[in-house]
Design a protein around this ligand. Structure first.
Ligand SMILES: [Zn+2]
Length: 268
């Protein structure tokens, strides 16, 4: 599933290419891939709209429309949003938008869990947690979020109601960078370790954005290109391979039903 750095990369690509574009045609290939919270027909409402801006909230892609409404996209497992000059052949194309300038936006989704949603206010999921790259997300704030949480730190990092945008890959990588065992109780971290985790989270997310995301499965950016951070992964997907720091074999365990990679020697 695309996480914060991948969604951010897609958003930056879209912002450059579709901002100011007027939607001339809407083709819905798979009706269940679209959700309409507004009175009226999805296609009719969207036709003639101009995209005023593209931003990210958590793992949501938020296209603000000139009318004040919002088209929000969640890619879930296999969704892709690709800008192209002509509509490419794609058996997984769910929605296609044609712009007045002749360009196209293709929402492709092999597993059909992704959604394109028309809303009045852009707020799709209520109760989203902190944005980890927001200046308000400080070490002290993180300490407050961890206080009284008895579950494993890894599961807490994945909880979108606590910290938004972090998924399995970056939770594993940040915990490795911080030297924290993923099963450790969230409320058991010392102040120094919370500060290390805070620094590691921001560093790994910013580094991954700079590398334009991680392509381990389906992710491609808005131009259809793969990211580069998969070559920088220290533990994720490296079960049995030697730790880059201490050479012990990287382990994989299941925490909160998610495959979790860590170094048993570096992470305590
Ligand atoms: Zn190690």
């Amino acid at each position: 599933m695309p996480e914060l750095p991948e969604v951010e990369t897609i958003v930056r690509g879209l912002a450059k290419t579709v901002t100011g574009q007027r939607i001339a045609e809407v083709r819905i290939e798979t009706p269940r891939s679209v959700v309409n919270d507004l009175p009226g027909d999805f296609t009719e409402l969207l036709c003639g709209e101009t995209i005023a801006g593209v931003t990210r909230r958590a793992k949501f892609i938020v296209l603000s429309l000139a009318s004040g409404c919002t088209l929000t996209v969640h890619l879930r497992m296999t969704g892709r949003l690709i800008v192209e000059r002509a509509p490419a052949e794609d058996p997984y194309a769910r929605v296609r938008l044609r712009f007045q300038n002749g360009g196209w936006l293709r929402f492709s989704d092999m597993r059909k869990f992704g959604r394109m949603r028309l809303t009045t206010d852009g707020l799709w999921a209520a109760g989203l947690g902190d944005e980890p790259l927001d200046p308000a997300f400080t070490p002290r704030r993180l300490a407050g979020l961890l206080a009284g949480r008895r579950g494993p730190i890894k599961s807490l990092l994945l909880d979108q109601h606590v910290i938004a945008g972090v998924g399995n890959i970056y939770a594993c990588e940040a915990l490795f960078q911080a030297g924290i065992h993923p099963a450790r109780r969230a409320d058991s971290l010392s102040k120094a370790r919370v500060e290390r985790l805070h620094r590691a989270l921001i560093r790994v997310l910013e580094h991954a954005i700079a590398m334009r995301g991680t392509s381990v499965e389906h992710y491609v950016d808005a131009e259809g290109l793969e990211g580069g951070f998969q070559n920088n992964l220290a533990v994720y997907g490296r079960e049995g391979l030697s730790c880059l720091r201490c050479h012990a074999p990287v382990k994989r365990v299941t925490i909160g039903q998610r495959g979790t990679f860590y170094c048993p020697r570096c992470q305590r």
